[in-house]
Design a protein around this ligand. Structure first.
Ligand SMILES: Cc1cc2nc3c(=O)[nH]c(=O)nc-3n(C[C@H](O)[C@H](O)[C@H](O)COP(=O)(O)OP(=O)(O)OC[C@H]3O[C@@H](n4cnc5c(N)ncnc54)[C@H](O)[C@@H]3O)c2cc1C
Length: 395
């Protein structure tokens, strides 16, 4: 039987997608969010809504969840990668390989777009409410990552560089991961991601800045630094009793290969709401629609982590000149060999840092920082450096 009231903890993409689905179907929906607004965990940084993991275009996928595109959502059909020796590889795609979205509290952000849709549907959102216990008949727990399998260090700034997208594969900048520079409408996000050696994140960030500036000409104004982390996991169940439903990264739903978790966040929020509305088995829905893809991404992570700089060069040579969406698509398709690899991967991959005492409150986690901007002296030095354009560049 459909409950009269559902509580949702966390107003991220997973919680808000659940909220708009439930409220549209006439269920009294209350979202509790510890921050002052939706998206406060981010600072206007750009992310990618990947468009390669399914045949279906991600915009059709969003439509199938009932999510309207009322936020910045810009298709990218080309991009440039650089390998470890700064060799350049241009890639193209017949259909967008990702849509750029903005995260944060700005009016065009994904978070604010989802918030508007949830409110229009009739959901209530209570900001500044950190919840540790919920009493409602049904509770959706959408509180985001709990541990760090990978971390990111980045900077957001204004620039006069035209829209572009650059990726960098080099373990000296981003161990077992990648660095990126996304530019759209005069704003840019530059970041490095690390799946290893978190304690030297600052060094990798500085190296990434230096390397990226040596191959891409861009000016920097009003920089703001940020840090973040992601968490992936495959569990036997995403419910507790018949009352608690875990969604998004709190459930471990994340692309283990590269951290493109947005689609899983929104899908799982939708599935939890659907299960509540239709009295269906949420665990079974997750096993059917999410788990095979998460397992494949873990198998891909195992493969990718073996590549090293020589392997990245090999991968980039194969990608260059081909349709990047179609090439990536093949690797994201669940298959029997990937399932076997997953069995090995799941025994090998564990979060690097897990602080059991961490409640994202008054903790000293290296990776957590409670969603605040990273502000160390070293980071300030680094930003001072990035704001000083090399000679010959416009300020
Ligand atoms: C730097 C960075 C770059 C990324 N880039 C990409 C990308 O390009 N593409 C992509 O697909 N994914 C990307 N991701 C991953 C993506 O951001 C996440 O997968 C997605 O935000 C997860 O959504 P969620 O709703 O599960 O959790 P979150 O977005 O983390 O939302 C959880 C919400 O719950 C709130 N909350 C937590 N605890 C409580 C509590 N006790 N009470 C009340 N509220 C609480 C938090 O304040 C937060 O608002 C990136 C992540 C990071 C950190």
């Amino acid at each position: 039987m459909t409950p009269r009231e559902v509580h949702i903890i966390g107003a991220g993409p997973s919680g808000l997608t659940a909220a708009l689905t439930l409220a549209r179907n006439g269920v009294k929906t209350v979202v509790f969010e510890k921050a002052h607004d939706a998206g406060a965990r981010f600072i206007g940084d750009y992310q990618g809504l990947e468009n390669w993991s399914t045949e279906e275009d991600v915009l059709d996928f969003l439509a199938s969840l009932g999510v309207a595109v009322n936020f910045r959502c810009v298709p990218y059909t080309a991009g440039t990668f650089y390998g470890p020796a700064s060799d350049r590889f241009d890639v193209r795609a017949a259909r967008p390989w990702f849509y750029l979205v903005e995260r944060g509290v700005g009016p065009e952000s994904l978070d604010q777009g989802l918030k508007r849709q949830a409110l229009e549907a009739g959901a209530e959102i209570r900001f500044g409410r950190k919840v540790t216990h919920a009493e409602a008949e049904r509770v959706i727990v959408a509180t985001g990552p709990r541990a760090a399998d990978a971390i990111a260090r980045g900077v957001v700034f204004e620039t006069s560089h035209p829209d572009a997208c650059f990726g960098f594969l080099d373990d000296r900048l981003a161990p077992r991961a990648y660095a990126y520079l996304l530019i759209q409408a005069g704003r840019a996000t530059l970041a490095t991601c690390l799946y290893d050696d978190f304690r030297h994140a600052q060094t990798y960030f500085e190296r990434a800045l230096t390397t990226i500036r040596s191959v891409v000409d861009f000016d920097v104004r009003s920089p703001q630094t940020f840090g973040g982390y992601i968490n992936f996991d495959v569990r036997p169940s995403w419910t507790r009793g018949d009352r608690l439903y875990f969604v998004g990264e709190r459930a471990g739903f994340q692309d283990a290969l590269w951290g493109f978790g947005l689609r899983y966040a929104m899908l799982s929020g939708f599935l939890a709401a659907h299960a509540i509305l239709e009295d269906e088995d949420y665990d079974a829905l997750c096993r059917q629609r999410i788990v095979p893809r998460i397992e494949t991404s873990l198998a891909n992570r195992l493969l990718f982590s073996q590549l090293g700089n020589h392997g990245y060069l090999w991968v980039l040579r194969r990608l260059a000149g081909r349709d990047v969406t179609a090439s990536l698509r093949r690797h994201y398709e669940p298959s029997r060999p990937k399932r076997l690899l997953y069995e090995i991967a799941r025994r090998q991959i564990h979060p690097h840092l897990r602080e059991t005492a961490c409640r994202q409150e008054s903790c000293a986690c290296l990776w957590c920082e409670h969603g605040k901007r990273v502000h160390t002296a070293a980071m300030d030095r680094c930003v001072a450096d990035v704001t000083t354009p090399p000679s010959g560049l416009n300020a």
